[in-house]
Design a protein around this ligand. Sequence first.
Ligand code: LLP
Length: 404
Amino acid sequence: MRYKKGLFYIENVSAKILAKKFGTPSYVYSYDKIKNNINNFKKNFKTINPLICFSVKSNSNLKILNLINKFGLGADVVSKGELIRALKAKIKPEKIVFSGVGKTIDEIKFAVSKKILLINTESENEIIEIEKIAKKNKKKINIGIRLNPDIDAKTLKKISTGKKEDKFGLTEKKFLELLKKYKSSKFINIICLSVHIGSQITSHIPYKNMLNVVKKIIQQSKYNFKYIDLGGGMGIQYGNSLNNLNYSKYNKLIKSFLKKNKSKIIFEPGRSIVGNAGYLISKITYIKQTSSKNFVILDSAMNDLLRPALYGAMHRIIPSKLSRTRVLKKHEFVGPICETTDKFLTVSDYQKLNQGDIIIICDVGAYGMVLSSNYNLRPKPVEILINKTSTKIITKRQKLNNII
Ligand code: LLP
């Protein structure tokens, strides 16, 4: 924790000052953390030299994407909007992959016109549409085919994507059938096998199982994929959990996979790049004491940060100012929204808090602001980027007038 003289700092600015200057709730991102996360990610996979395509869905702020580009990453996009944003951030089209089960014809045409690296297809009907577009344009279009390896990612059920009952990708059988059918198409160039089994994965074992299925498919098909896109999913430490993905083991598994398969690896990390770089600074509106617990009612809510309500996700909540006095009573941190699930965290005890105090919800850089809404007609928070002592507003707080 970065406390100095009892005050919590993000880079060189205290949360207390940030709250005073920008109001609450505020999303704040650390430049340094994003930079370090990218450098560490690169270092962890240095020996396989992958193409790293940042998963824009995790944080699509233009200024954050500018950093992603500055530090040399490409992008994994899932909509025309994300593609336009990524291009606006100057990410090169040849470093962009387009994923998703339901790309519309308009989205596919747009992606083709921008000459992105490849489109990761997820159904035969999608391939048929791409072939039609290619014929019309007299072009050969680069695609990947997404495999559903039927692997349990051992993560939250709601963010698993690689089991056969999930809507994503194609079964081994269908994958091989489509490969055979389209590999000599005049209009389609199958250059990639893609796979993504889920998010917030903290063990290398599901990845090992996934790679085994990929190996098997390649052996059976005898096809040479220029790229193997292994998706993202690398977990980070939330709450008090100390589970952490062992990157060195994952890297070793891929290295041994590459001995037989001479493909270029693509990754699509989101959370591992920006997750721990974001903070949601909030103010305590009221503390409601009941016989069994204290409700700490914040000015941020599930419309600002949906993960706890949607997935039961746990985010650490820390005070902006440390106190030695403990209150040995259950504390439930909640938002003001008229929904019982509008709660962030319950803890058995906490330091003494007061109305008006500033607290910080941690690790909200991924799937935080992007999942925010105007539910209860609440304006969306401001987003701030901090680099040492410099603070920059990168998205203005929504004005109530503009949403009424
Ligand atoms: N590639 C594909 C095809 C994906 O579907 C995803 C995430 C990623 C890459 C990036 O995964 P990451 O490295 O960030 O784990 N809203 C949820 C997470 C949903 C993830 C969706 N797909 C959450 O808040 O935990």
